[in-house]
Design a protein around this ligand. Structure first.
Ligand SMILES: NC(=O)c1ccc[n+]([C@@H]2O[C@H](COP(=O)([O-])OP(=O)(O)OC[C@H]3O[C@@H](n4cnc5c(N)ncnc54)[C@H](OP(=O)(O)O)[C@@H]3O)[C@@H](O)[C@H]2O)c1
Length: 328
């Protein structure tokens, strides 16, 4: 029997299509409207055959989204905030998959995202949707800001040492689907294959998001790698005070993540394959006590734990469902 309706807005994009597929396969939620602009009238299966979702995409009609329903907005940043506000004001509970409600400070939006945020009240209200840090607040939220893919992997690798490590460097690698569906020269097969390319050095928009949740600035450099899905954040830092033995730190991470069903603390540095197409994050950490060094790794599928899977995890929490429902 189906329960709450979940509408997926921006379903023709990579994150939206993945989320529509997850909601379609969910044992409790019912997939509501799936919206698109140029692809309206097509079935999702026509452009994403791998998901086998036969729902037909339609143009957005806010009137078709009833108060009490859930909606996930999968638009690009700066395009989502007005629709999110309309939906929340209407009594719809929203997960914003874009970056438009992730930063608490409205003052950062012009500098980081190039627009003036229209609703400071919703920025203040939005809960940052990393369940491993904010699970209880997510349960009651009207508006959840789904985290970015790089921040998800980095924060999961770093959160347990938040008050113990400084001078943090996050060196991250992402598959090409992180750039979305629209093709550009930099994501052309010929540009990406057999290469690894750093980009947005010192200017990537996810750095302030990581800093907000980690509580300190980090030096963040993303790289594009020749993979479709997958994201690895390699994190380096220096302990303040005593440096734990590697075994003790791993044990502390295992305790920290024991209540969190989608984080696996593993015994060796993880690769992307173990997390592709699933909602798990794998984390490994170690130390070098002589020099006070911390090294941590977080790996996720950017479209699942980094976007759509995490959105469904948040929807489960918001609806009072088991957190893992519909996520394998
Ligand atoms: N890709 C990832 O790994 C990932 C990870 C975490 C978060 N995100 C976030 O998720 C959001 C979507 O990313 P994506 O990778 O799925 O991008 P995408 O593949 O480019 O899809 C974006 C979708 O938004 C729609 N759209 C664009 N501008 C719109 C507007 N003004 N009004 C209505 N619809 C509009 C487009 O619809 P039409 O095709 O119908 O024009 C498109 O299907 C972004 O905010 C992104 O930062 C993505």
């Amino acid at each position: 029997m189906s329960g709450e309706i979940v509408h997926v807005l921006g379903a023709a994009g990579f994150a939206g299509a993945q989320l529509a597929a997850l909601v379609d396969g969910h044992p409790h939620f019912a997939l509501g409207t799936v919206t698109a602009r140029s692809d309206a009238g097509l079935r999702l299966v026509d452009i994403y055959p791998e998901y086998r979702v036969t729902a037909t995409m339609t143009e957005l009609d806010v009137a078709a989204i009833a108060p009490g329903d859930f909606a996930a907005v999968c638009y690009p940043h700066a395009e989502a905030s007005e629709l999110v506000a309309t939906l929340v004001d209407r009594g719809v509970r929203v997960v914003d998959v874009s970056a438009d409600h992730r930063l608490h400070s409205a003052a950062l939006y012009p500098e980081v995202y190039g627009f003036t945020h229209p609703r400071e009240d919703l920025l203040a209200e939005a809960v940052y949707g990393l369940p491993e840090l904010h699970r209880e607040a997510i349960r009651g939220a009207r508006l959840v800001a789904n985290p970015g893919c790089f921040p998800t992997a980095a924060l999961l690798a770093l959160a347990p040492v938040r008050d113990h490590v400084i001078h943090v460097v996050v060196d991250a690698k992402s598959g090409v689907s992180g750039a979305g569906r629209r093709p550009t020269a930099s994501v052309h097969f010929s540009s990406v294959t057999e290469s690894v390319t750093p980009y947005k050095v010192l200017t990537h928009r996810h750095a302030p998001e990581i800093a907000q949740e980690f509580g300190q600035e980090v030096l963040f450099t993303p790289h594009l790698v020749p993979a479709d899905r997958g994201l690895l954040a390699s994190c380096y830092g220096r302990f303040v005070g005593d440096t734990p033995h590697p075994d003790d730190l791993l044990e502390a991470y295992r305790r920290f993540y024991a209540p969190h069903p989608f984080v696996e603390v593993v015994d060796a540095p993880p690769g992307m394959h173990a997390v592709q197409h699933n909602n798990f994050a794998q984390v490994f950490v170690t130390t070098e006590p002589r020099r006070g060094l911390f090294v941590g790794f977080g790996v996720i599928d950017n479209l699942v734990k980094g976007a759509a899977g995490q959105a469904l995890q948040n929807l489960n929490l918001m609806a009072g469902r088991p957190e893992t429902e519909g996520l394998g």
